[in-house]
Design a protein around this ligand. Structure first.
Ligand code: ADP
Ligand code: MG
Ligand code: MG
Length: 908
C-alpha cells in the first residue's frame, strides 16, 4: 500500500467511501450522493474526484494533477464497470457516464453537466442494438455532442442574438420537418443533427469531435476544474461570498436514461413548497426526456403530485379534464414509482431535517435518485418551514432560529401590490408564480442592459425567453424577472427564489423578439423601456406601474420573532425621527429609539424657514428669536415620539450636520428663498460662501455647533424636557436620553453637559417638577474611543456612531469611497464594505476598547450602537460578542436585527 493522499471516493450499492459530512472535500453533490447510497436509496454508481484535486489543478496545472489522480480514476471507472456490468469504451454495450461539477455550496454559475459521455460513431450503434431503440441511441448521442461541444470544447454563440448555435440548428430542422417538439424528431433526424453539430464544431473550432472515450472523460474533468474560475462562477461567488479557495469536486457517474420511451422520465421535486413553505410534496417531470430538459423549459413539464398538479392547472387556467388527459401527475401516471419517490423524499427530509430539493430519473419503470440537497427557498418559505418543522418536532428551537437568514426577512417586510390596484390594472399575461413579491419596472431584454440601466438608477424588469447562468448579474440588479418559458424548477425560478427576487416564469403567451428588442402578446407590442409589473405570488404580468401596500405579517413570522426574543440578549432599538417612523418601529418590535436625528425634523414645511432664519441671523439675539419659533415644533415632535414609545427609552441627538446643508446651494433655489424670506439674495449667497467647507465631514458640525451657538443646545434641551414633562402628565413613563454628537475631548462634552443641565434645571424650576433623564454621548471619533474612560466619568451612556467612526478610523469619506471601494473589494483589500458590515479588526477594536474603558469607570454604563451597522447581521453578532446592551437600526431592519441577535446568542 502506498500512503499518497486519496483524491477519488467511490459510491454505489457495494461500497461507498464518502458521506454527507464530507462536503468540503467532496462538494455538496458528491457528499449527498454518497449519503443516499448509505441510506440504501437507488443511485447510479460513480465516484467523486475531490476538491483538493481542483485546488491542485489551479495551482499546479493539468499535467501535475493527471499524475496525481490518474491511477485512482482508472480504479474508479473499474468500480463503476463492475457495479453496472458494462465496460467503458466497449462499442457493443458501452458504459456511458455523466460528468458533474459540485462545489461545497451549490453554484448555478458552474460548468453544465455532461451526459452520455463515452459515445462515438461505433458505440451509438451498440447502444441502439442493445436497447433495441435507435431513436434513443441517437437522441443520447445528439445531446452528448451538443453539451460537450458547448461546455468542454467551448463553442459559443457569435452574437448575443444568436443565443445558442446548436439550438438554432435544431429549430431549423424542426421547421423543415414541420414538427414542434424535439420528441417528434426521429432517429434519422437526430443522426442528421449529430452530423451537423460535428460539422459546426469543425468549422468554428478547427478540430474534430473527440472519438476516444478516455479522451472525452479527461477533457470533461479538466473542463469542470477550469469552470471553477470562469466568469459566471466568479460572479456567483462574488454575489454569495464564496471564497475562491474552496474549489469544486467532479462527480463521474453511470448514466441512467429517462429518454428510453414512455415508461421513462426525468424530474425535479421539492419536499416542501419552496415559494410559500407549505408542507406539500411536489415537483415537475417530463416523460421520455433527459437531464435538464425540465429546467430548460423546452416542453411544458407535468406536476409530480396530484394536489400540486390540480393547483398548477388552476393557475394555468387548464380544465380538470384537460389536465388529467394531457398533463397527468406522476401520482396518476406511475403510481408505484410515485409511492417510492414519496418514500425516498420522506426518508431524506427526515434524515437531513430540512426541505429537500431532489433530482430523479425513471428508466423503464425503475426509479433512480440523482441528487438531493437542502432546497433554496424564499424568505417567507424559510420562516414557515422552520416554524412548522419545529411544531412537527423535527428540529429544536435553536435550529429553527438558525434556519432563517436574517437578511431574507426583508422579503416579508416589504410592500406587496395593493389588491385594488391589481384589479384596476390591465393583465398582459399569466405565468407561474415562481418567486413571490411585487415588482414594477421598465422592460429590458438583455442581462448586460439590465446592469447598465440599473446603474443609471432605473428600475428594470428583465424579460427573457428563459434565463441561464450568464444572466446572473443582470438578474441580481433587476426588480423582477419574467420568462416566457420554464416551469417552477427552471433556472430563473430557482435563482430568483434564492435571491428573494420576484419572478414570473413560463408566461407562454409572451413572445420575446430579441432582434426587435420587444415582446409581443397577441397583437400587443411592448418595447424595451415600457413599464410593466409582476406579481410573483400569483404569476400575473400587468401593464404599467401598479401601486403597492404594506405587507401583512403572518402568524409564523410573529412566532419566529417571539422565539428570537426568548434567546437574544442584545436589545434592538430603532433609528426614528418622526412619530410615524416610531410607530413602524414599535410594530416591528423595537425596544425604544436609539437615535432620533433632530435635524430631520428641521426640513418639514415651514420649519425650514425658521431654521434658515437662525442660520442667517447676524447676532445671538436674532438667533434666539428664530430658535423660539422652532421650539414648539420640536417639542411637538418629541411628544409624539415619547407617546409612541410608551415607557421605552428614546435617545435624542442634538443637532449634528453642518449648517450649509440647510441652505440651497444653487442660484435658482437661493432666489426662491430670498423671495420667501424677504432677504436680499446677496446676503444668502454670502452666508453660503461663509459656510463653505473643504471637508464638511470634519468641519463645523456635531457638538462644535453647540459650542459656538449654545442657544441651539438650550432650545433643543428645553424642547426635550418640556415634551417629557407634558407626556408624563398623560401617564407615560418617559425615558429621555439626551446625546451629544461628535465629542472628542472631555471638555467638549462638559461644555455641552453644562448647558443641558442648566437648561433642564431652569425648566424644572419654571414647572415646579423634575424628571429623570440621561445625559450621554456618541462615541464616533477615534479620540473619543481612546479616552472613553475619562469621558465615561462624565457621560451616563455611550452610543457608538459607527458610520463616522468608520470614516474617521479608515480615513475613507463615505461620500467618496464609491470611487475606490469597489476595487478594494474586488482585490480583497477589504473583505466587506466597511460601511455595511463593521470592520471588526480595526473599528471593532476601538468599540471593544471603549466599552471596556467605559465600564472600568462606570460599571453598568449603557452602551449601544446607532450606525447603519446596527442592522447588519454579521455586525450584530460582533456587537453581541463585545457585550453591547443594544443595537439601533432603521425600523425595517428591526426584525432582522432581532433574529441576528438571537443567532449570535445561540452561537455563544
Ligand atoms: P446541476 O448541478 O446543474 O443540477 P447536475 O449534475 O445535477 O447539474 O445534472 C443535471 C441533470 O443531469 C440532473 O438533474 C439529471 O437529470 C441529469 N443527470 C446527471 N447525471 C446523470 C446520470 N448519471 N444519469 C442520468 N441523468 C443524469
Ligand atoms: Mg442537479
Ligand atoms: Mg455621526
Amino acid at each position: 500500500m502506498n500512503s499518497s493522499p486519496k483524491y477519488v471516493y467511490v459510491f454505489g450499492s457495494q461500497r461507498t467511501e464518502g458521506a454527507a459530512d464530507m462536503k468540503n472535500l467532496l462538494g455538496g453533490k458528491g457528499a449527498n450522493l454518497a449519503e443516499m447510497c448509505r441510506l440504501g436509496i437507488t443511485v447510479p454508481a460513480g465516484f467523486t474526484i475531490s476538491t483538493e484535486a481542483c485546488t491542485a489543478f489551479t495551482e499546479r496545472g493539468r499535467a501535475a494533477v493527471l499524475q496525481m489522480i490518474q491511477a485512482e480514476v482508472l480504479q474508479g471507472v473499474a468500480f463503476v464497470e463492475a457495479e453496472m456490468g458494462k465496460s467503458f469504451g466497449n462499442a457493443s454495450d458501452p458504459l456511458l457516464l455523466s460528468v458533474r461539477s459540485g462545489a461545497r455550496a451549490s453554484m448555478p454559475g458552474m460548468m453544465d453537466t455532461i451526459l452520455n459521455l463515452g459515445l462515438n460513431d461505433e458505440a451509438v450503434q451498440g447502444l441502439a442494438q442493445k436497447s433495441n431503440n435507435e431513436r434513443f441511441a441517437w437522441d443520447s448521442y445528439r445531446r452528448f455532442v451538443q453539451m460537450y461541444g458547448d461546455v468542454v470544447m467551448g463553442l459559443k454563440p457569435l452574437s448575443k442574438e444568436e443565443h445558442d448555435p446548436f439550438e438554432i440548428i435544431i429549430e431549423t430542422l424542426k421547421e423543415k420537418r414541420g414538427v414542434k417538439l424535439d420528441t417528434e424528431l426521429d432517429a434519422a433526424d437526430l443522426k442528421e443533427l449529430v452530423q451537423r453539430f460535428k460539422a459546426l464544431i469543425r468549422a468554428r473550432l478547427g478540430c474534430d469531435f473527440p472519438t476516444d472515450p478516455w479522451e472525452q472523460l479527461w477533457g470533461a474533468v479538466w473542463a469542470v476544474f477550469e469552470s471553477w474560475n470562469n466568469e459566471r462562477a466568479c460572479v456567483y461567488r462574488e454575489l454569495n461570498d464564496i471564497p475562491a479557495s474552496w474549489g469544486t469536486a467532479v462527480n463521474v457517474q453511470a448514466m441512467v436514461f429517462g429518454n428510453l420511451g414512455n415508461s421513462s422520465a426525468t424530474g425535479v421535486a421539492f419536499s416542501r413548497d419552496a415559494g410559500t413553505g407549505e408542507d406539500l410534496f411536489n415537483g415537475e417531470f417530463l416523460v421520455n426526456a433527459q437531464g435538464e430538459d425540465v429546467v430548460a423549459g423546452i416542453r411544458t413539464p407535468q406536476q409530480v403530485s396530484l394536489v400540486g398538479s390540480r393547483r398548477w392547472a388552476e393557475l394555468a387556467l387548464i380544465s380538470e379534464a384537460e389536465r388529467a388527459s394531457q398533463y397527468p401527475s406522476l401520482e396518476e401516471l406511475m403510481p408505484p414509482i410515485y409511492q417510492q419517490l414519496l418514500k425516498f423524499e420522506t426518508l431524506l427530509e427526515n434524515h437531513f431535517r430540512d426541505m429537500q430539493d431532489i433530482e430523479f430519473t425513471i428508466q423503464e419503470g425503475k426509479l433512480w435518485m440523482l441528487q438531493t440537497r437542502n432546497g433554496k427557498r424564499t424568505g417567507a418559505a424559510m420562516v414557515r418551514i422552520a416554524m412548522e418543522m419545529l411544531k412537527q418536532g423535527m428540529i429544536d428551537e435553536k435550529t429553527a432560529l438558525q434556519r432563517v437568514a436574517p437578511d431574507r426577512l426583508n422579503e416579508l417586510l416589504h410592500p406587496i401590490f395593493d389588491p385594488k390596484a391589481i384589479k384596476a390594472a390591465t393583465l398582459i399575461a399569466r405565468g407561474l408564480p415562481a418567486s413571490p413579491g411585487a415588482a414594477t419596472g421598465q422592460i429590458v431584454f438583455f442581462a448586460d442592459e439590465a446592469e447598465t440601466w440599473a446603474k443609471a438608477g432605473k428600475a428594470v424588469i428583465l424579460v427573457r425567453q428563459e434565463t441561464s447562468p450568464e444572466d446572473l448579474r443582470g438578474m441580481s440588479v433587476a426588480k423582477g424577472i419574467l420568462t416566457a418559458r420554464g416551469g417552477m424548477t427552471s433556472h430563473a425560478a430557482v435563482v430568483a427564489r434564492g435571491m428573494g427576487k420576484c419572478c414570473v416564469s413560463g408566461a407562454g403567451a409572451v413572445h420575446v423578439d430579441l432582434k426587435a428588442h420587444a415582446m409581443t402578446v397577441g397583437d400587443m407590442v411592448y418595447n424595451e423601456g415600457d413599464w410593466i409589473s409582476l406579481n410573483g405570488s400569483t404569476g400575473e404580468v400587468l401593464e404599467g406601474k401598479v401601486a403597492t401596500k404594506d405587507a401583512e405579517l403572518s402568524g409564523d413570522f410573529g412566532d419566529l420573532m417571539a422565539l428570537a426574543d426568548k434567546y437574544k440578549r442584545l436589545e434592538v432599538r430603532a433609528n426614528a425621527d418622526s412619530p410615524a417612523d416610531a410607530l413602524v418601529a414599535h410594530n416591528f418590535g423595537a425596544h425604544g429609539i436609539g437615535l432620533c436625528r433632530t435635524e430631520h425634523m428641521f426640513f418639514e414645511g415651514e420649519r425650514i424657514l425658521a431654521v434658515r432664519e437662525m442660520i442667517l441671523a447676524d447676532n445671538e439675539a436674532e438667533r434666539r428669536k428664530a430658535l423660539a419659533k422652532l421650539l414648539p415644533m420640536q417639542r411637538d415632535d418629541f411628544e409624539g415620539l415619547f407617546r409612541e414609545m410608551h415607557d421605552l427609552p428614546v435617545t435624542i441627538r442634538l443637532l449634528d450636520p453642518p449648517l450649509h446643508e440647510f441652505l440651497p446651494q444653487d442660484d435658482a433655489n437661493q432666489r426662491v428663498m430670498a423671495a420667501e424670506m424677504h432677504v436680499p439674495l446677496g446676503k444668502i449667497k454670502m452666508r453660503v460662501e461663509e459656510l463653505h467647507e473643504f471637508n464638511p465631514m470634519m468641519g463645523h458640525r456635531g457638538c462644535r455647533l453647540g459650542i459656538s451657538y449654545p442657544e441651539i443646545t438650550e432650545m433643543q434641551t428645553r424642547a426635550v424636557i418640556e415634551a417629557a414633562l407634558n407626556v408624563r402628565a398623560l401617564g407615560v413613563h418617559v425615558k429621555a436620553e439626551i446625546m451629544v454628537p461628535l465629542v472628542g475631548t472631555v471638555r467638549e462634552f462638559n461644555a455641552q453637559a453644562e448647558v443641558i443641565r442648566r437648561t433642564a434645571a431652569t425648566v424644572f424650576a419654571e414647572r415646579g417638577e423634575t424628571l429623570d433623564y440621561m445625559l450621554g454621548t456618541m462615541i464616533e471619533t477615534p479620540r473619543a474611543a481612546l479616552i472613553a474612560d475619562s469621558i465615561g466619568k462624565q457621560a451616563e451612556f455611550f452610543s457608538f456612531g459607527t458610520n463616522d467612526l468608520t470614516q474617521m478610523t479608515l480615513g475613507f469619506s463615505r461620500d467618496d469611497a464609491g470611487k475606490f471601494l469597489p476595487d478594494y473589494l474586488k482585490r480583497g483589500i477589504y473583505e466587506h464594505d466597511p460601511f455595511r458590515s463593521i470592520d471588526q479588526k480595526g473599528v471593532g477594536l476601538l468599540v471593544q476598547m471603549a466599552v471596556e474603558k467605559g465600564r472600568s469607570v462606570r460599571p453598568g454604563i449603557e452602551v449601544g450602537v446607532c450606525g447603519e451597522h446596527g442592522g447588519d447581521p454579521a455586525s450584530v453578532a460582533f456587537f453581541h460578542r463585545v457585550g453591547l446592551d443594544y443595537v439601533s437600526c432603521s425600523p425595517y431592519r428591526v426584525p432582522i436585527a432581532r433574529l441576528a441577535a438571537a443567532q449570535a446568542a445561540i452561537a455563544g
